[in-house]
Design a protein. Structure first.
Length: 440
């Protein structure tokens, strides 16, 4: 049965409802249900279950789910050990001025690349008193912490962000290239244009080479600290953070990009190290790991319905329809910049960075292959768009965490940095346009 334009309605519904509701899971469920109604009519429920089973055994979803739970559990252990805080305190002793405070904040961001949430909160909270002491505005501090969070996470191929993209790059269209998700991700890393741009700009703002926007230099509403009732009976050490992370990264690289293998070894080292250092009993460490893993559950549920929608769209012939419709209108030179512009604006408007990227990737990769566009450049555009959304979305999670960590109202920090984010966006658009013509 030819459905024609109807095949795009479920995906359009997901995007529209996500933008309006600012939610991720509910729009995906609605899209999956509507797609199954179009495919099976009154028998939509058994169809939905079948497509869900197919999503569950998809190698891409399985890898992302395992790695996400593992990373989040490891981060729960690292947070409990307070090793990142100890590392940050040691790094802060070299600061002598507002400029060096900005540069130190940027450098500290590299050390906390492992997780964008921990990055945004720990960097801003750790450097807040130092920023106040040397006159660095808290909004500038929050901007550096937030602007580098997802941007640095995608540049290291052993983070939750990178694992997610490796998973969605493992699709039927891209498999025709004979490359794994890891190979495609690493190959596209030189084209993560927005992450590179925002990392450079945050450094220049921190170093006062580029002056901060006027709105970023105002004090804003300061949030008073709440009393911290948590007490510990051990001395945090920087090695509690450094050793597990070095082991995780080294093991992943040595094993040929096997992220899960690196994670398993990193988790084992963290458990053993913390247990024998007596920073917590086994049950305490176990709880810290499980609590950390639990934080990623909503994201994994979102990914499950995203992969279910991919299965539904495949049955609808969604990708083929879009490719047939768009191919005459899109050329190889302009495809990467068009993908970046459309995807980044959806991410910015909806707050659904991963969900949007997962929906766009099969379409964009099929268009890239059919038009002869550079596949790596196109994939880099998708990653760049998701990072832009994370950095700029007014109700974004890392924006909120960076603002809270810096002790200011998140909305004030987000609105103050918005013109700078869109300036970086404009530079990225120009670069993708130029590269599209150079590489096509």
């Amino acid at each position: 049965m030819e459905l024609g334009f109807l095949v795009v309605i479920p995906t359009l519904l997901v995007l529209v409802v996500a933008i309006i509701s600012r939610r991720e899971i509910e729009p995906l469920v609605l899209g999956c249900v509507l797609g199954c109604i179009l495919l099976a009519g009154a028998g939509f429920l058994p169809a939905l279950i079948d497509y869900g089973y197919a999503a569950m055994v998809d190698p891409g979803f399985t890898m992302v789910a395992i790695a996400s739970f593992g990373f989040s559990g490891l981060i729960g252990l690292l947070n409990y050990s307070r090793g990142a805080e100890a590392f940050s305190e040691k790094a802060s002793k070299l600061i002598r001025s507002e400029r060096s405070a900005g540069i130190a904040t940027w450098l500290l961001s590299w050390a906390l690349f492992v997780d964008d949430y921990m990055h945004a909160m720990v960097v801003s909270a750790t450097m807040r008193n130092i920023a106040d002491r040397f006159g660095m505005p808290r909004k500038v501090l929050a901007h550096i912490a937030n602007g580098t969070a997802a941007a640095m996470a995608v540049l290291i191929p052993t983070t939750v962000w990178s694992v997610f993209f490796m998973g969605i790059f493992e699709n039927d269209t891209l498999s025709s290239l004979g490359l794994s998700g890891y190979d495609l991700y690493v190959g596209s890393m030189p084209f993560f244009i927005y992450p590179f741009v925002t990392i450079v700009v945050t450094l220049l703002v921190g170093a006062k080479i580029i002056p901060a926007l006027k709105a970023m230099r105002t004090t804003g509403t300061v949030i008073e600290d709440e009393a911290d009732d948590a007490s510990i009976d051990f001395k945090p050490k920087a090695s509690y953070f450094i050793v597990p992370m070095v082991v995780t990264i080294a093991a992943a690289i040595i094993s040929g990009g096997n992220i899960v293998a690196g994670l398993y070894l990193g988790i084992l080292v963290a458990f053993a190290m913390f247990y024998f250092a007596k920073i917590g009993k086994w049950q305490t460490l176990r709880t810290a790991f499980l609590d950390g893993a639990a934080t990623i559950l909503p994201t994994v549920i979102m990914l499950f319905f995203t992969f279910t929608l991919v299965q539904v769209n495949a049955a609808l012939g969604f990708t083929e329809y879009v490719v047939d419709l768009a191919s005459p209108l899109i050329n190889a030179q302009l495809l990467p910049v068009i993908i970046f512009v459309i995807t980044s604006l959806i991410c910015f408007s909806s707050g659904s960075y991963w969900g949007t990227a997962a929906i766009v990737t099969p379409i964009a990769s099929a268009l890239a292959i059919s038009t002869g566009a550079d596949v790596y450049l196109t994939l880099g555009a998708i990653v760049s768009a998701a990072v832009f959304g994370s950095c700029s979305c007014i109700f974004g999670d890392t924006n909120n965490l960076a603002g809270i960590g810096a002790g200011i109202k998140p909305i004030e920090h987000t609105l103050a940095q918005l013109p700078l984010c869109f300036g970086e966006w404009a530079v990225t658009v120009a670069i993708f346009t130029a590269l599209g013509f150079v590489l096509a």
